[in-house]
Design a protein around this ligand. Structure first.
Ligand code: CDP
Length: 262
């Protein structure tokens, strides 16, 4: 193992210094946490699946013109991304009532929302990522008003695209979390999509059975976490139809590349 510098260790990922300036390596762990770190566990193979699922989604978003930090996948658990100055805000996009929205407002889980809701949380584990408003963001200078326009426009665009992508494979995109970062070019900065998009940060329900195919399986002790993540990968076309463990998600990809070269 080369001795590269670790920049940060989060709940589900480790960030290392990348090979070129301005790049970072994201390593996807199998660790899972919920309820602001109060519940901890391991989902064997989750990191491999999330690395591949996130690569797939970020690549598709890049193809429709959403700027992202993703550069390329390096191996089973790592991807190369652009270094960004992370905006300390988690953007939650909701299409259907669930989780904390249901709890806070007493709306039954599964109730479709008449319009998409964007919520913002301040990224601070010690404070439990409290919900904030535009007023707090402006007051404390976490992002400019122009940046918040870019962020909310991008969040809606990502939601429209992903809702369609998942609907096409029989999955309802209930809600999800996005993170954004700033990149500097000359004296100007712009906002790009950062972090990851995977079943760790989305609620994904099977459209027919309402079965949960996301981290709620872990949060709510439902079991079958890795099978659910694999099912998402399978429907996205990232797994062979005849099954196989999380590793096959990459073997299939490699096999396709080898075939394309022949
Ligand atoms: O997930 P939880 O019920 O704690 O909170 P929520 O506000 O209902 O979460 C909405 C969506 O954002 C879910 O898909 C979560 O998985 C995701 N989320 C996340 O990925 N990370 C957070 N720190 C908070 C929410």
């Amino acid at each position: 193992m080369s001795r590269r510098r670790q920049i940060y260790e989060g709940k589900a990922k480790i960030l290392y210094e990348g090979p070129e300036p301005g790049t970072i390596i994201q390593y996807f762990k199998d660790d899972a946490t919920a309820f602001n770190n109060q519940k901890k566990g391991t989902i064997n193979g989750k990191g491999v699946l999330n690395n591949r699922i996130s690569e797939h989604i970020f690549t598709l978003l890049g193809q429709i013109g959403v700027p992202t930090h993703f550069i390329r996948r390096l191996n089973m658990r790592e991807q190369l991304v652009r270094q960004v100055e992370i905006v300390p805000i988690e953007v939650i996009v909701r299409n259907v009532a669930a989780g904390t929205l249901s709890k806070r407002l007493g709306i039954e889980e599964g109730t479709p929302l008449p319009r998409t809701i964007l919520e913002y949380c301040y990224k601070d584990d010690a404070l439990g990522d409290p919900m904030i408003s535009d007023e707090h963001i402006a007051c404390f200078g976490w992002a400019s008003q122009e940046e918040m326009h870019e962020i909310s426009d991008m969040a809606i665009r990502v939601n429209d695209f992903l809702s369609g992508l998942f609907a096409g494979i029989g999955i309802r995109l209930v809600d999800f979390k996005l993170e954004f970062g700033r990149v500097w070019e000359n004296d100007f900065s712009r906002i790009i999509l950062a972090d990851e998009i995977s079943p760790d940060g989305c609620r994904l329900w099977d459209m027919k059975s309402n079965e949960k195919l996301d981290k709620d399986r872990f949060r709510r002790d439902l079991g079958g976490e890795v099978e659910a993540y694999q099912e998402v990968a399978r429907r996205l076309g990232l797994m062979p139809e005849d099954g196989g463990g999380p590793d096959t998600v990459l073997n299939l990809d490699e096999a396709r590349k080898a075939r394309a070269k022949d």
